[in-house]
Design a binder for this molecule. Structure first.
Ligand code: CA
Length: 239
């Protein structure tokens, strides 16, 4: 994992506050990343079409198209592209909305530069880990749901859709640990690959996403169940 070279990655920085954007660009480049900057949502989509981007840092409050609208467009085409949302708002519903729309992580302004760099590194490391560790030729079917790990396309009673890379990694972890209790801390360590002092509500949001995709009644899950005070257990119903 540590041998993966991350800092040649190209980051799209979407931020309309010029001084903040300039500071972030400077520091990201100092870490060795290549940076493309967009000062509004429309420009961000243009750059995404033209350039080979490895990760997006996306402000929510933007001119023309806001961050949520940009995120929606990104997810239509690139479910696997890591997206870190930035917001000046402290409203919890913004965070939940962003995560439910497919953002991989979230930072509230003002944040520490170190924290942002750690998140970026973590997201790129997860992506590299996912690409290397998951058997892309595998398919998994359970109770009328089908997941193709080659491109993370899925079919369920809720229709056809594609998982984000993190959703795919989380689902794969559950499949590999079927019928065993997995804790939130374990998921943060093994799937998110970050220290478990991070907000465990992030994990809960991703579980809600998996339920929305695959459960007949997400509020009364049969595949992705909570285990009180301990974590979660996945049961495919295949055995
Ligand atoms: Ca802004």
């Amino acid at each position: 994992m540590n041998t993966v070279i991350l800092n040649n990655n190209k980051i799209l920085l979407v931020e309309d506050e010029d001084s903040l954007a300039a500071g972030l660009e400077f520091n990201l480049e100092a870490e060795g990343y290549r940076v493309a900057r967009a000062e509004n949502g429309r420009k961000a989509l243009e750059l995404l079409q033209k350039k080979d981007i490895d990760l997006v840092i996306l402000d929510i409050m933007l001119p023309f198209l806001n961050g949520f609208e940009v995120l929606e467009k990104i997810r239509e085409k690139s479910p696997a592209l890591p997206v870190l949302l930035l917001s000046a708002r402290t409203a919890q519903q913004d965070k939940i909305k962003g995560l439910s729309m497919g953002a991989d992580d979230y930072l509230t302004k003002p944040f520490h530069l170190e924290e942002l760099l750690l998140r970026v590194e973590g997201m790129l490391r997860r992506n590299a880990w996912y690409r290397e560790s998951i058997d892309r030729n595998s398919e998994f079917c359970f109770s009328g749901n089908r997941v193709d790990f080659k491109d993370l396309s899925c079919e369920s009673r809720n229709g056809s859709f594609r998982l984000t890379l993190l959703e795919g990694a989380l689902l794969k972890y559950f499949i590999d640990h079927e019928n065993k209790i997995v804790t939130r801390e374990e998921l943060l360590e093994q799937v998110w690959q970050i220290d478990s002092d991070t907000d465990t509500r992030t994990v809960e949001n991703f579980i809600l996403r998996l339920r929305k995709y695959f459960e007949e009644v997400p509020s009364n899950p049969v595949f992705f169940r909570n285990v009180r005070a301990r974590g979660y257990i996945f049961t495919s119903g295949n055995q």
